[in-house]
Design a protein around this ligand. Structure first.
Ligand code: 5GP
Length: 219
């Protein structure tokens, strides 16, 4: 049976404290679901060892980033531990309109802005099995000074306060389990009426579909 293509992609927001292993979980997720587009953010932070421009982030100067803010080119942005991080509006809009699911790895202030602009985005918060384990992981990473690690742990405590604003919580104990949980969440989301209504549009024309399209244009 030929399925009609869905008219817009799902916006997926993934947040979690620095060091929780989000990048590893995302890599696992994308290896299982290669139809998802991962949004490469813009940042003013310096690249870490092993990070590549255009792959992990688009690394830009403060001046360039502030120009993007002024021109309204960002869906959302936030300052995090002294650096700017932001998401390109145009790229996201284009992908969603083309029916492609888009994954954002962003912190809590940015996630709140996405929620306000796109209420149907699915917001997932990843936590470590324990807070002590988070501290161990940040120390093991050994890319940041102790002071920066302590900043990140403090930031994590503040981020936990925002957890009730998310839709789902995933525990990253074992990477493959965390990725499997996210895939389960995305499968459930794709079964929502608003994401499947196009399958019955020939039998029952429905205004919900039209509403969805309007929302994405409004982004
Ligand atoms: P890191 O410096 O460890 O790569 O990232 C620090 C934090 O910035 C992480 O929590 C990450 O999710 C967040 N982040 C990365 N890109 C963006 C973005 O485009 N917007 C926002 N608001 N946060 C981001």
């Amino acid at each position: 049976m030929i399925r009609k293509k869905k008219t817009q992609g799902q916006l997926i927001v993934l947040s979690g404290p620095s060091g929780v292993g989000k990048s590893t979980v995302i890599a696992e997720l994308l290896s299982e679901r290669d139809d998802i587009y991962f949004s490469v953010s813009f940042t003013t932070r310096q690249p870490r060892v092993g990070e590549a421009d255009g792959v992990n982030y688009n690394f830009v100067s403060r001046e360039t980033f502030e120009g993007m803010i002024e021109r309204g080119e960002l869906l959302e942005y936030a300052k995090y531990v002294g650096n700017y991080y932001g998401t390109s509006l145009k790229i996201i809009q284009d992908k969603l309109k083309a029916g492609i699911d888009v994954l954002l790895d962003i912190e809590v202030q940015g996630a709140a802005k996405v929620r306000a602009k796109c209420p149907e985005a699915v917001l997932i918060f990843i936590i470590p099995p324990t807070f002590e384990e988070l501290s161990r992981r940040l120390h093991r990473r050994a890319t940041d000074q102790e002071e920066v690690i302590q900043d990140r742990l403090q930031k994590a405590r503040e981020e936990y306060v925002q957890i009730p604003n998310y839709d789902f919580m995933v525990v990253n104990d074992k990477v493959s389990d965390a990725a499997a949980e996210i895939i389960a969440i995305l499968t459930a989301e794709s079964c929502r009426i608003r994401n499947r209504i196009h399958l019955v549009s020939d039998v029952s024309p429905n205004t919900a579909l039209e509403r969805n399209e309007k929302e994405i244009v409004a982004l």
